[in-house]
Design a protein around this ligand. Structure first.
Ligand code: DHE
Length: 512
């Protein structure tokens, strides 16, 4: 039943460009609707000129898994590929309320499992580790540093899984639109739903009532009931002129009682309150209701709308981050233009930031540097970590690294910040930066020649967990103070790891 909406694509797939079938279909999908790579349709390529697309196919795309094909495919073949991906599909499969509802699976009805962990480990010091290599996740005891459970996930999870505020549940999104709710106490997937065709990420409201899913395809934001993932509302993302847009990402802003989403093809940020409490903010965000009054596993009322506050910008936002109180959004486009600071109270840009290359603000962290609140971000294109003074948004220091990095992490109790060198010949290195001198004090190469990336601290800031990002990879655990290796746990391409305490307490050393 789930495949039915896509059946009409079969003739189109059979007639696909043969070069596409050979080189592109595996990552972008035989139907061009996306797989581990994004969907390749004119609707999703509006910001990429055809000559640039030609270059991307030839040379690859910075900060993605997209390699260059210039040495495998002729120029003429590349041109046929460009023409092919800019040709509209006869019809884009629908993924509206009815189609989403049809995919809903409840494994365990809300409230049917005991609210008590089935293990002895501290439930707040657990880690969820995503293993991309075989689409599994491992739950790890953060005190004993031992796995306690491993389970199959949907295909190609991406973005940070998000916990309920008590840490009992975790919500996971896959690139092909599946959202899963996993019960950390009972170690069971309790509900699943497909909320998009090509999904970016999800966020969970701080009152644990709603999950918001941001999609690349279709151009929608989908609101789910956090209890059982029942769909509540599908928002078509469009500007005043009816132009639609992919969503760069959605995050929750707890003190604002709202979700905040940046749009990728429209110069706007949307703020969507989820609680009446949002009305006590200086900006009126609209009337709120509890959409879940017809609750439980019954059908939900979806006639009323969540109000949307639209903030117009003078540039696109591909990547963004918030300061501690969610007063300011700090964002940047991936095209190397300057970063911008948008004040969420007055709803407009208040400063530019002199960021070059491709700052990875989504991976930014903050700390106190000699009494100055600073934000540090790695760069996906240049070997630098930019440290920004958050009082005036000026660059305080550019720390030179051995190459572009993806992820940066620290912990309130640690004097160090860690950054990887994800790209290039030094991809096996990670730098340890002293947060008070802003100098690299140690460079670690856990396994020569193998990508080392993404660290996360345990709840006490005692240990640092790092991924050897390879099929025959491992989790390498370091003492956070001595920087000495403690142990290795073999894993299949471990990617992100997420500590319950640090995530639910919004530690300034990690992403939220
Ligand atoms: Fe990610 C988080 C966007 C490529 C692994 N990535 C995110 C988030 C966004 C994002 C917006 C934050 C979502 C959240 O946590 O809710 N990522 C993008 C891109 O635009 C980009 C560059 C291109 C793309 O393919 O979409 C991209 N990302 C990658 C990868 O190639 C990575 C390395 C491997 C993969 O899984 O595809 C990758 N991204 C991650 C991880 C996180 C992430 C592990 C969560 C980090 C965290 O600690 O919170």
């Amino acid at each position: 039943m789930k495949l039915l909406p896509f059946l009409f694509l079969i003739p189109f797939i059979v007639n696909a460009n043969p070069v596409y079938k050979q080189h592109c279909a595996e990552c972008h999908g035989a139907d061009r609707l996306g797989n581990t790579g994004p969907a390749l349709l004119p609707e999703n390529l509006s910001r990429l000129r055809k000559d640039k697309a030609n270059l991307v196919i030839k040379q690859g795309s910075v900060a993605t898994q997209m390699p260059g094909f210039g040495d495998k495919i002729s120029d003429a073949e590349i041109q046929t590929l460009v023409d092919y991906i800019y040709t509209p599909l006869p019809e884009i499969p629908k993924m509206g309320m009815a189609e989403i509802k049809a995919t809903h699976i409840i494994h365990y009805p809300n409230g049917s499992l005991p609210a008590k962990p089935v293990f002895d480990a501290d439930p707040l010091n657990l880690f969820l580790v995503v293993e991309l290599g075989d689409h599994h996740a491992t739950i790890l005891d953060g005190d004993k540093l031992e796995p306690i459970h491993r389970f199959k996930t949907r295909f190609a999870l991406h973005g940070g899984p998000k916990y309920s505020s008590d840490g009992r549940f975790v919500y996971l999104a896959s690139r092909d639109g599946w959202v899963s709710k996993f019960d950390m106490y009972n170690l069971k997937t309790v509900a699943e739903i497909r909320a998009g065709i090509n999904t970016r990420n999800l966020a969970v409201s701080a009152d644990n009532k709603y999950v918001m899913v941001a999609n690349y395809l279709p151009h929608t934001l989908v609101i789910l009931d956090a209890r059982n993932l029942a769909p509540i509302q599908v928002i078509d993302v469009k500007d005043d002129m009816g132009k639609s847009s992919r969503i760069s990402a959605v995050y929750v802003a707890p003190p604002r009682h709202s979700f905040i989403a940046a749009l990728k093809d429209i110069k706007e940020v949307w703020e969507i309150p989820y609680s009446d409490k949002a009305n006590s903010l200086p900006v009126y965000l609209g009337p709120m209701h509890d959409y879940r009054q017809d609750s439980g596993e019954k059908s939900l009322i979806d006639t009323r709308k969540f109000p949307i506050r639209r903030i117009k910008l003078d540039g696109f936002l591909d990547d963004f981050f918030f300061d501690k109180n969610y007063l300011n959004l700090i964002g940047a486009a991936r095209d190397g233009s300057k970063g911008q600071v948008i004040n969420m109270v007055i709803g407009r840009k208040i400063a530019g930031i002199d960021l070059s290359g491709m700052p990875h603000l989504g991976s930014g962290i903050t700390w106190d540097y000699q009494g100055i609140p600073v934000l540090a971000t790695p760069n996906l294109k240049e070997g630098i970590v930019s440290v920004i003074d958050m009082r005036n948004w000026k660059i305080l220091k550019r720390i030179k690294t051995l190459g572009p990095g993806f992820f940066m992490r620290s912990h309130e109790k640690s004097k160090y910040a860690w950054v990887d060198v994800f790209f290039g010949p030094n991809k096996d290195a990670v730098h340890v930066i002293d947060k008070q001198s802003l100098e690299i004090v140690k460079t670690i190469r856990p396994t020569k020649g193998k990508t080392a990336a993404h660290v996360e601290f345990d709840r006490y800031g005692k240990y640092v967990l790092l991924s050897i990002w390879e099929l025959d990879g491992a989790l390498v655990i370091y003492d956070a103070n001595t920087l000495e290796e403690i142990k290795r746990l073999p894993m299949h391409k471990p990617s992100g790891k997420y500590n319950v305490y640090n995530k639910t307490r919004l530690s300034s050393g990690t992403s939220h």
